[in-house]
Design a protein around this ligand. Structure first.
Ligand SMILES: NC(=O)c1ccc[n+]([C@@H]2O[C@H](COP(=O)([O-])OP(=O)(O)OC[C@H]3O[C@@H](n4cnc5c(N)ncnc54)[C@H](O)[C@@H]3O)[C@@H](O)[C@H]2O)c1
Length: 368
């Protein structure tokens, strides 16, 4: 029986639909070459779903995700919906509930700076002479984004109080720590755990727990950094890192920083995974790490590489199609080596070709 890959496709808002079209074209080309069939179910999410169905996460969309083996996601949000009540907005109303609903606690963000892109990085090229490859493992369903209580109220004095709560249970730290250490074992066997254990109670628990789990992975060299120091060290010496393990908020911020050091947010893919299933594969949601980039939307200039690389991560983690994943990653590297550049990674070196979203996608497809 031929293999069928069931995928819920949620393009979302802003540049989401533009980069998603390219991502799906790449996926379809690879499926044809590798001989698997696709069952793609396109559904609305975010602002587009608010406009069409009155909810950022309509029941049909959730049902489609439940019936799929993976979610391919674009991005949500934009100024049009920024003044809605917080829980009705695209991110809090769609993205966070999807992560929670499917137990997607492990967010993997591979930040790879291609050697040819060192000049697109805002850090001095001599600090990253050979590029770098850092994997950020971010806890995704705990911490400040989900902790209760979370509220806002007007106090008797008339002042306004807003409360978010940073909560971690040891079990949550244990499971993400294992993801980080297992990833390190497949890489350079170095792991940096990032916390704020000089100030925060749950960071103290984080550090104690990571230290405990480290004993199960004696081959991995571990160090611990406070998040403020980590933010600085990443700029100073990105190639010095291998796996970065951290909690939800710190990971959100540091991975964007990593993306920029690597050249552009438009290059950074992500995989959000739950527990491994019996067959060793994962239900996952795969998306560019950036947002809907309203400043670029509709212009055909957004970088589609993060979306394309998200397709590769999906094929690897949800479908076990390692060869197909590598085929995509190699084609992206080749397109970059051959000088194709969207505006965000364009530099003044000779021989580069400035291209739009669709042309970059075609350059990758031609190199599959
Ligand atoms: N996962 C998500 O869907 C997600 C994540 C972050 C932000 N958002 C939402 O996106 C909207 C815009 O947020 P923001 O401006 O803070 O962040 P953003 O990530 O959309 O944009 C930040 C900067 O990165 C650039 N950028 C992002 N993706 C790019 C790409 N593919 N190619 C080239 N440049 C790219 C943008 O042009 C902008 O200059 C907001 O509504 C926000 O809530 C959504």
């Amino acid at each position: 029986m031929e293999k069928i890959l069931k995928i819920a496709v949620l393009a979302g808002d802003g540049i989401g639909p533009e980069v998603m079209d390219v991502g799906v074209n790449v996926l379809e080309s690879v499926a044809e070459k590798c001989g698997f069939n696709l069952q793609l179910d396109h559904q609305l999410v975010g602002g587009a779903a608010i406009d069409a169905a009155g909810s950022p996460l309509p029941a049909n969309t959730v049902k489609s995700c439940e019936q799929a083996d993976a979610i391919l996601f674009g991005s949500v949000g934009g100024p049009k919906w920024a003044n809605l009540p917080p829980n009705d907005q695209p991110e809090r109303g769609a993205l966070l509930p999807l992560r929670k609903r499917f137990g997607l606690f492990a967010n993997l963000r591979p930040s790879v700076c291609h050697q040819a892109l060192t000049h697109a990085s805002p850090v001095r090229p001599d600090l990253i002479p050979n590029g770098f490859d850092v994997l950020c493992v971010r806890e995704l369903t705990g911490g400040l984004y989900f902790g209760e209580p979370k509220f806002r109220k007007v106090e008797e004095s008339g002042d306004i109080l807003a409360v978010d709560t940073m909560v971690y249970r040891k079990s949550e730290i244990v499971r993400i720590a294992h993801v980080g250490f297992k990833a390190a074992m497949t890489r350079d066997k170095r792991l940096t755990s990032v916390d704020k254990a000089n100030v925060l109670e749950n960071s103290i628990l984080w550090r104690e727990t990571v230290t405990e789990i480290a004993k199960e992975y004696p081959e991995v060299t571990v160090d611990h950094l406070y998040v403020d120091n980590a933010a600085m060290q990443l700029i100073r010496n990105a190639p010095g890192f291998d796996v970065l393990l951290t909690e939800n908020l710190f990971g959100d911020i540091l991975s964007d920083e990593m993306a920029m050091i690597a050249g552009s947010l438009g290059m950074l893919a992500s995989a959000s995974l739950g527990e491994a299933k019996g067959d060793g594969l994962y239900f996952g949601m795969y998306e560019p790490s950036g947002g809907s980039a309203p400043d670029l939307a509709g212009k055909g200039v957004a970088n589609p590489i993060a979306q394309i690389l998200s397709v590769a991560l999906m094929l690897r983690f949800s479908f076990g199609e390692e060869d197909a994943a590598k085929m995509i990653e190699n084609a992206v590297n080749q397109a970059i080596s051959d000088g194709f550049r969207t505006g965000d990674i364009m530099t003044s070196e000779d021989g580069l070709k400035l291209v739009g979203t669709v042309e970059m996608g075609n350059a990758v497809i031609e190199r599959l």
